[in-house]
Write a protein that binds this ligand. Structure first.
Ligand code: SF4
Length: 272
């Protein structure tokens, strides 16, 4: 049995044929500026969360908020420079203006970084603890890019972020684009996977972090959307098991926004 990916569910919701093209024919969506920007942002969050303890270890005295925020900002800027080197060939290929990229990355993530610095500062002031002790007692800890899989559901995915408390976990889905109902499908699917993967934790809700709008939208899990997740998953399984091409949809506006537009419309046979 081939696992269904959570991203297959949102692809199916957009257009069933997208699942067929990606999973059966192995086609890839072309990278564009928006996709690249999203990748940079995810990488920065991922690196920052993995190394956050180093920042907190440096808080070894009763510093003011601005000092702590600057520790985070400096770290983010150094990560940005590292990633620019790492993705140099993509940047050249896409003819990306570095200053423009920097402004877009920083303006997308800084409100979230400030929230985190605020939490660390408040913890330090309330508890009167610093450095290693501050890190040990800091709650929530943040986990990033967590792979989750359930054999029972035949489903797998990678969660952008999990806030981990003693008995509670909150999944986050991070979006650099606009609000979309597909995001609800995604976060509900992660909820199902987390219930299996982390049975000792409560998962009271999820959060979709909209970077452009600087909004953290809390999502409470509903039976209706969970049912929709299962419904779509069954449909995706059908495509994967039978290598079935669902055909071109009759929504030209949508197709024009799709990365596979050229592929689907390259000959008259596909246009019906
Ligand atoms: S171009 Fe249209 S039919 Fe083809 S995958 Fe995209 S949305 Fe579906």
């Amino acid at each position: 049995m081939v696992y269904v990916r959570v991203t297959d569910l949102t692809d199916y919701n957009f257009c069933p044929r997208k699942v067929y093209l990606k999973r059966i024919l192995g086609l890839r969506e072309e990278t564009n500026y928006q996709i690249f920007l999203g990748k940079m942002i995810h990488d920065i969050f991922d690196n920052l969360n993995e190394s956050e303890y180093k920042i907190v270890y440096e808080i070894d005295d009763d510093y003011d908020f601005q000092y702590i925020l600057n520790l985070y900002k400096d770290y983010v800027l150094s990560l940005f420079e590292e990633l620019v080197e790492k993705y140099n060939s993509d940047i050249e290929e896409l003819k990306i203006d570095l200053e423009d990229l920097k402004v877009n990355v920083l303006s997308s993530i800084m409100f979230d970084i400030e929230d985190r610095a605020k939490l660390v500062y408040q913890h330090m002031r309330m508890e009167g603890i610093y450095g290693i002790e501050l890190w040990d007692k800091l709650e929530p800890k943040i986990l990033t890019e967590i792979d989750v899989r359930s054999e029972a559901y035949n489903l797998l995915g990678r969660i952008d972020r999990i806030e981990k408390y003693k008995r509670i976990m909150i999944p986050y889905e991070i979006k650099s684009g606009k609000m979309n109902r597909d995001h609800l499908i995604q976060i509900h699917a992660y909820y199902l996977l987390m219930k299996k993967e982390f049975p000792d934790y409560d998962i009271p809700h999820g959060v979709i972090l909209y970077l452009k709008k600087k909004e953290k939208r809390e999502v409470y899990f509903s039976k209706g959307i969970l049912n929709k997740v299962f419904y779509i998953k069954n449909k995706v399984e059908d495509i994967l098991e039978n290598s079935k091409d669902p055909g071109v949809i009759k929504e030209l506006d949508k197709c024009k926004r799709c990365a596979f537009y050229k592929y689907c419309y390259k000959n008259d046979r596909n246009r019906s």
